[in-house]
Ligand binder design. Structure first.
Ligand SMILES: [Zn+2]
Length: 121
C-alpha cells in the first residue's frame, strides 16, 4: 500500500482510538482514582497496563473495537496493514475506507462471525 494511503489510515485510526479512549475514560472514571493525565496519555500508550485495564472496563463491543484499532495501528507499523489476517488476501479498499480497523476480508469476516456464533451458541 502506498505511503500516503497508510498515513491517511493511520490518521483515521488514531482519531478512532482517541474517541474510544475518551469515551471509555469518561465512564471508567466513576469509582476510580485515575488521574486525568493518565486518561489523556492513554492514546499514546497502546500497550501499557492502563490500556489493558481500560480494555477490561469497556463493554464487549467497544473493547473489541479498541483492540482492533490498536492492532491495525501496529499492522501499519509492521507493514501488514490491508491484508486479511485469515487468508492474507488484500482487503478491498472500499472496506478499509469504511472500516480501517477491519482484520479480515469480507469473505473471511462472514466465516469468522459464523464460527463465533457457533462457539457462543
Ligand atoms: Zn480473508
Amino acid at each position: 500500500m502506498r505511503k500516503d494511503r497508510l498515513a491517511y489510515f493511520r490518521k483515521r485510526l488514531l482519531e478512532k482510538q482517541r474517541q474510544l479512549v475518551e469515551e471509555v475514560g469518561k465512564s471508567a472514571l466513576y469509582g476510580k482514582d485515575q488521574e486525568d493525565d493518565s486518561i489523556k496519555d492513554l492514546g499514546d500508550q497502546a500497550n501499557t497496563a492502563y490500556t489493558r485495564e481500560f480494555f477490561f472496563e469497556l463493554g464487549n463491543g467497544d473493547r473489541r473495537l479498541l483492540r482492533d484499532v490498536v492492532s491495525a495501528l501496529q499492522k501499519i507499523d509492521d507493514g501488514s496493514f490491508g491484508s486479511c489476517e485469515r487468508c492474507s488476501e488484500t482487503i478491498a479498499d472500499k472496506r478499509l475506507e469504511a472500516l480501517p480497523f477491519a482484520r479480515y476480508c469480507i469473505n473471511c469476516q462472514r466465516v469468522v462471525e459464523e464460527e463465533e456464533r457457533m462457539a457462543t451458541g
